[in-house]
Design a protein around this ligand. Structure first.
Ligand SMILES: Nc1ncnc2c1ncn2[C@@H]1O[C@H](COP(=O)(O)OP(=O)(O)O)[C@@H](O)[C@H]1O
Ligand SMILES: [Mg+2]
Length: 530
């Protein structure tokens, strides 16, 4: 009586895609029976008590509820909100240590995360990869978690992942009776690409395909405007067929996002570039992220891949406006009461729209049934500031039946993909050499200062720009975006400096916003853009 028993074991809390180290302290002292968890826990945590009691009882071990003393569990630091069921394992072990029902082990060298089921088996958790990254950073050599999460966690090098099936198996391991084999490092073999639609399946539309290639090469945003049935949706879906496979670092980033959201169901990692196509009725929270237990939105699930917004004007206006900031920064900031959470959101926006409600405004043969007012109102749904952030804007004209019947598949998908990869490699090499440690992968990520420092124009191109841009009332943002697209075109051509042709082509990809907002209603669409 009177002696206090204490233990401290390590676990983790997820905050967005980052995991934070949590110390689970157990204090058992004389007094009336109690089993209390303190330290800002949520409902899943209070239910943890029931799971632990039941699991231990089923293992013939004395559970906290049979303890004739006071059992207090404290999760520190106290100012971080604790959510989720991943603390079960650390609380159970902390209790077993403090009640001296298991032999002591080096608690500083191992991090535990896992949910217990009533019979003592472990259930998978969200964010295993993120927790593994934390262990790596905090130099904690061992990570014990549910076997179902082991492949995912073992992507991270430099830590030893212990895949656990049941609590009693883990106890045997910790007491060195029967050791659990460590999880072999996951070899992230890039799966063979099998896009459901290839760029080679699309007939004609050479201009659109070239724009698609440039967008893929530089990670640029793309808007396709044209009448229904011209292949806009097809083109957008084909973009994944020409994107290069993600690098290991990108796979880790993307997998971390899916893991934190509990979306790694059958896959142990995301080894491909995501393609996300939310419906027009989607809410801003679903697309941008947030909610009471903040979750990544579609733009974060599209990180390092493509966000496709088909029928762009049909999306909620507030949603489209909420995309502006992430498009600029590559991050989604989710507001919370205490502190904001940030999810990565570096995606390519690919959007498609009809030019008017009936769809045939500007068509060479079919008559448009909309009034000028209707056309303008439709186009105004997509605001100037949003358009300003879309580097490449093209019209996709209707092919005649004649063309559809005679046109043959023009370019081989693999050729285009190889050019895209070549252009990306040029970008990587340039940024590795010149970006002074800043991590940049594609031209689209450059800010204005980077553009000034990293993009070199030929003399003629420089002079040309001064002449053209003065006349065209282009915004400063527009100017920088044109230079970035021009740089990508130069990269595709294997040129070190950006010349006049590249500038002109990049310039042609912007339906200028004043055109888009005001004049489009008065001029045939074919007079715009290209
Ligand atoms: N260039 C094309 N090559 C082959 N098929 C096409 C082409 N354009 C349209 N189609 C056919 O028309 C259908 C509608 O195309 P879709 O991409 O949905 O058009 P949009 O999105 O512009 O309305 C496609 O499923 C495809 O069968
Ligand atoms: Mg469509």
């Amino acid at each position: 009586m009177g002696i206090r028993h204490f233990s401290s074991v390590l676990s983790a809390e997820l905050e967005g895609v980052d995991a934070r180290l949590i110390e689970v302290e157990t204090d058992i002292r004389a007094g009336l029976h109690a089993f209390t968890i303190v330290g800002l826990g949520d409902k899943a945590l209070s239910e943890s008590k029931e799971r632990i009691n039941s699991a231990l009882k089923n293992m013939d071990i004395k559970p906290p509820e049979k303890e004739n003393r006071k059992v207090i569990i404290n999760l520190a630091p106290a100012d971080i909100k604790k959510t989720g069921s991943q603390y079960d394992l650390s609380i159970a072990l902390g209790y077993l240590l403090a009640s001296e029902q298991i032999k002591p082990f080096n608690t500083k060298a191992i991090l535990f995360a896992g949910e217990l089921s009533l019979d003592g088996t472990l259930r998978p958790i969200s964010g295993a990869l993120n927790i593994a990254r934390l262990a790596q950073k905090a130099k904690i050599p061992y990570l014990a978690l549910p076997a179902a999460n082991a492949i995912e966690a073992a992507i991270i090098p430099g830590i030893i992942v212990v895949p656990v099936l049941t609590l009693s198996q883990l106890i045997d391991h910790l007491e060195e009776r029967t050791l659990i084999d460590p999880q072999p490092t996951t070899n992230v073999i890039k799966p063979p690409e099998s896009p459901f639609l290839c760029i080679a399946d699309i007939k004609g539309q050479a201009n659109a395909k070239r724009a698609l290639m440039i967008a893929a090469a530089g990670g640029h945003n793309l808007l396709m405007v044209g009448p229904p049935g011209t292949g806009k949706t097809m083109l957008a879906q084909a973009i994944t067929s020409i994107l290069p496979a993600p690098a290991l670092e990108e796979i880790i980033e993307v997998t971390g996002i899916y893991s934190s959201a509990g979306l790694l169901k059958e896959d142990s990692y995301i080894g491909y570039r995501p393609f996300r196509a939310p419906h027009q009725t989607a809410s801003p929270v679903a697309v941008v992220g947030g909610g009471t237990n903040p979750r990544p939105g579609e733009i974060s699930l599209a990180h390092r891949g493509v966000l496709f917004l088909d029928e762009l004007p049909e999306f909620r206006r507030d949603l489209l406006e909420a995309l502006r900031q992430p498009l600029e920064s590559g991050k989604a900031v989710v507001n919370r009461i205490k502190n904001n959470l940030t999810f990565p959101a570096r995606f390519m926006l690919v959007a498609a729209m009809n030019p008017c409600p009936c769809g045939y405004f500007g068509d060479s043969e079919k008559n448009c049934r909309c009034s000028e007012f209707e056309v303008r109102r439709y186009q105004k749904k997509v605001s100037g500031p949003l358009l300003d952030r879309i580097d490449i804007q093209i019209t996709v004209p209707r092919l005649s039946i004649q063309q559809l019947r005679t046109e043959h598949v023009s370019k081989d998908t693999d050729d285009v993909k190889a050019r895209v990869l070549g252009a990306r490699n040029r970008q990587h090499a340039r940024f590795a050499k010149k970006s002074r440690g800043k991590k940049i992968l594609t031209n689209s990520e450059l800010n204005s200062k980077d553009v000034d420092e990293l993009i070199t124009l030929t003399k003629e191109a420089s002079a040309h720009i001064n002449a053209v841009f003065d006349k065209s009332l282009i915004s400063a943002r527009g100017y920088y975006r044109i230079l970035k697209v021009a740089q990508t075109i130069a990269d595709l051509e294997d040129q070190d400096e950006v010349g006049i042709t590249a500038i002109n082509e990049a310039f042609s990809y912007r339906l200028r916003e004043d055109d888009h907002q005001q004049h489009l209603g008065k001029r045939p669409l074919s007079a715009l853009g290209r």
